[in-house]
Design a protein around this ligand. Structure first.
Ligand SMILES: Nc1nc2c(c(=O)[nH]1)N[C@H]1C(S)=C(S)[C@@H](COP(=O)(O)OP(=O)(O)OC[C@H]3O[C@@H](n4cnc5c(=O)[nH]c(N)nc54)[C@H](O)[C@@H]3O)O[C@H]1N2
Ligand SMILES: Nc1nc2c(c(=O)[nH]1)N[C@H]1C(S)=C(S)[C@@H](COP(=O)(O)OP(=O)(O)OC[C@H]3O[C@@H](n4cnc5c(=O)[nH]c(N)nc54)[C@H](O)[C@@H]3O)O[C@H]1N2
Ligand code: SF4
Ligand SMILES: [Mo]
Length: 682
């Protein structure tokens, strides 16, 4: 890549990786460093943040547009590449209507970029726009919005340091959200809080835990229902909260009457005495905070899992106060914002449903066009319809060929698509199917805002120009918008600040915010008029539904989609500290401290011995969907009957094995439970 003529300058930005949202900037000598940001107040960053400059100067960066000629991608001018996009999209809309287009937005990108991208889909006449929040916390958001009225952390990182008990389930913040863990959760533990970790696998978070419940993947509902039963049996509930702030406790009591704590513990694969002790720690604490992640959300019963967790918080009055609540730690640096600004198929900015005529009218007053009233399709549904109802797709800052479930089926779907344009930093597995590839801008080359996991809108500032002929993402989206939409003004906005201003007009959650107001700090939603920094703890006097009470909901166990045949193991997939998602950002350079060069399959010693597998042996993992070969890591850290690998590596794609059964409500896939056979490679 040519860095000739590129100058780098340290200016306050936000880390492009996880949703914690640490302040980072160029630190000289090809490295990124922390500044004293709103979240990382001492300038602390984790190894991912420290490696964030790698992607910016990576020699594999795309620097010119590419177009497909005789089956190969070749370099082209911007004019040529963009005219191909225009011609293909115009043709598809003319022949099949706007719902034949799919827009994949990016939770790695700014609010302004996602807003304009989602607006482009709507103005063209389709709600087929989604982002990988679908694959991530869609189920959490569905359950929390329905019950509490807001699909976001109920609390703030700061106030969570006041918790007396941390119930950390299906999430491994020590590796995935390291600064949140070290600077906010660990201080609570050091002050005496009890940490309960629910995870089929012991990992860095477990090291700090007082109690570990190694749940059988896909069996969180029986576990959480049994905990609820203990709370009732031992009178650890908050009676006045139940009376004043909840409804339906009798219905829940009735449902739990049939629950046998010991039987549920056995079904969930945990020791009943440990489960009881965990319930007591949570129920007896003055302030108990729950944290939830992919281990809970990425199941066919993901929404139910979060409903069951919400029951615990409501039974014990752990909502609406500092140090409590239900707190999904969000994935990428702007996955919260991508949803807030409407890069989701069912909602307009601020989560107002597309089916609400008043909401559509409000948006139409600013856009000059009314968005369509029918919800669009979700990411996995869209891919499944490639070549059928869906003919063309615009993928912005995502890599679905690696990250969507049932990768072999996804590959066939991409083959059937008539036209694909990808806006990315690198060639990826997804660009292998592209007709046009547009070179975009990395975090350090853009200005804009992102919204972190505790609802803080913060500003990114450019530290560099994009390399070669690459362009800022916002500019690319604006140009495509101007070409495709024959409506003067719609995409003529003058840079990110004016896009943000328009966003504050259409998004009630962001109303009243401004670039100047945010400055080097943040503005947090909801942002009442006259507020300086926004609302910290949600649901204090009223739930965000507008109601004083929230319902308690009976939840039943739904078994995972994959049945286990004799001799099969459960594969659960996830992340490690040293890699990020599909690996496109940190996968290329081996400079990350302690970075694993490749994936491994964690397998319990007894499961390994039964199959004649020794540590380091290559093993074949297969099922009806696909096959992957990895080296075995024989370790008692993983529970018996379960194996674990990451989905980070395109060369050993875990998603060749995962199924595409979806949660019926949130449409999130079951990444955390696949039946597989594991055997040594001879
Ligand atoms: N280093 C690093 N950090 C990241 C990312 C990354 O790729 N690398 N990605 C970012 C993104 S997009 C996201 S969404 C977050 C995700 O952050 P996490 O939610 O922490 O992500 P995972 O590692 O996928 O899953 C968390 C844990 O769930 C456990 N688990 C598996 N099955 C079950 C189950 O059935 N029940 C329960 N209770 N637990 C189960 C796994 O063993 C794993 O330890 O991380 C963000 N931060
Ligand atoms: N088996 C299994 N699969 C999973 C999961 C799991 O736990 N297990 N987790 C799921 C989850 S939670 C998530 S979030 C998804 C992630 O799914 P994806 O979003 O598809 O994965 P990423 O690797 O984050 O893809 C980001 C892409 O955007 C590009 N990019 C990054 N920054 C920019 C930018 O500023 N501009 C532009 N133009 N491009 C940029 C990167 O180069 C990369 O190609 O994966 C899901 N898939
Ligand atoms: S904790 Fe998250 S936001 Fe902070 S430096 Fe690490 S990856 Fe970046
Ligand atoms: Mo995610």
């Amino acid at each position: 890549m040519s860095d000739v003529g590129r100058t780098f300058e340290a200016r306050h930005s936000v880390c492009p990786y996880c949703g914690v949202g640490c302040g980072i900037e160029y630190a000289g000598n090809g490295r990124a460093g922390g500044w004293e940001g709103p979240v990382n107040a001492r300038g602390e960053i984790c190894p991912k943040g420290a490696a964030a400059w790698e992607a910016v100067e990576d020699e594999d960066r795309l620097t010119r547009p590419l177009v497909r000629e005789s089956g190969h991608l070749v370099t082209a001018s911007w004019a040529e590449a963009l005219s191909r996009v225009e011609a293909a999209f115009d043709r598809i809309v003319e022949e099949h209507g706007p719902d034949a287009l799919a827009f994949f937005a990016s939770s790695n990108c700014t609010n302004e970029e996602n807003y304009l991208f989602a607006k482009l889909a709507r103005v063209l006449g389709t709600n087929n726009v989604d982002n990988c929040a679908r694959l991530c916390h869609a189920s959490t958001v569905a359950a929390m919005s329905e019950r509490l009225g807001a699909g976001a952390m109920t609390n703030t990182l700061e106030d969570l340091t006041e918790a007396d008990c941390l119930l950390v389930t299906g999430t491994n913040p020590a590796e995935q959200h390291p600064v949140a863990f070290r600077s906010y959760l660990l201080p609570a533990v050091r002050d005496g809080a009890t940490l309960v970790h629910v995870d089929p696998r012991a990992n860095d978070t477990t090291d700090a835990a007082d109690r570990h419940l190694p749940v059988r993947p896909g069996h969180d509902v029986p576990l959480l229902n049994a905990m609820a039963k203990v709370l009732l049996e031992e009178d650890l509930v908050d009676r006045s909260f139940l009376a004043e702030r909840t409804e339906g406790v009798d219905r829940l009591r009735e449902h739990l009457a049939a629950v046998d704590v010991e039987a549920n513990a056995e079904l969930a694969g945990v020791d009943p005495a440990d489960l009881r002790a965990a319930a007591r720690a949570y129920g007896a604490a003055d302030r108990a905070a729950a944290f939830t992640g992919m281990g809970m959300s990425q199941h066919g019963c993901g929404t139910d899992n979060v409903h069951a967790l919400l029951n615990l918080a409501l039974l014990t009055g752990n909502v609406g106060r500092p140090g409590t609540g239900v707190n999904p730690l969000r994935g990428q640096n702007n996955v919260q914002g991508a949803g807030d600004v409407c890069a989701l198929p069912g909602v307009l900015p601020g989560y107002e449903p597309v089916t609400d005529p008043a909401a559509r009218e409000r948006v139409a007053a600013v856009w000059g066009v009314e968005p369509p009233a029918e919800p669009g399709l979700t990411e996995v549904e869209l891919t499944h319809r490639f070549g059928e109802e869906v003919r063309g797709a615009f993928v912005f800052g995502e890599n679905p060929a690696v990250t969507e479930p049932n990768a072999n089926r996804v590959a066939e779907a991409f083959d059937r698509l008539e036209f694909l344009v990808v806006l990315d930093l690198f060639e990826t597995r997804t660009t292998e199917y592209a007709d046009v590839v547009l070179p975009g801008s990395a975090w350090a080359e853009k200005a804009g805002t992102v919204t972190n996991t505790d609802r803080r809108v913060m500003r990114m500032r450019p530290n560099a120009e994009p390399p070669g002929d690459a362009r800022r993402d916002l500019r690319v989206i604006q140009t495509v918008g101007r070409q495709l939409v024959d409506r003067p003004g719609a995409f003529e906005l003058d840079g990110p600040e004016s896009v943000f201003e328009e966003l504050t007009e259409v998004n009630p959650l962001y109303a009243g915010m401004s670039y100047d107001g945010i400055g080097d700090g943040y503005q947090r939603w909801p942002f009442p008029e006259g507020a300086e920094s926004g609302t910290d703890v949600l649901h204090a006097d009223r739930f965000a539904t507008g109601e004083r009470t929230a319902p308690l909901v009976p939840v039943g166990h739904v078994p995972p989609a994959d049945d286990l045949a004799a001799g099969e193991l459960v594969l659960t997939t996830g992340r490690v500290l040293q890699q990020f998602n599909s690996g496109a950002l940190t996968g290329r350079s081996a400079t990350l401290t302690g970075m694993r060069p490749e994936d491994a399959l964690q397998i319990h010693p007894e499961d390994a011995a039964e199959r004649g597998i020794e540590d380091g042996d290559p093993v074949r993992i297969e099922n009806g969907r696909g096959e992957v070969t990895l080296d075995a890591e024989v370790t008692p850290a993983i529970r018996r009957g379960t194996v674990f690998c990451t989905f980070h590596y395109a060369d050993s794609p875990a998603n060749a094995l995962t199924g595409d059964a979806l949660d019926p409500e949130a449409k999130i896939p079951e990444y955390k439970h696949s039946a597989v056979r594991v055997e040594p490679v001879d």
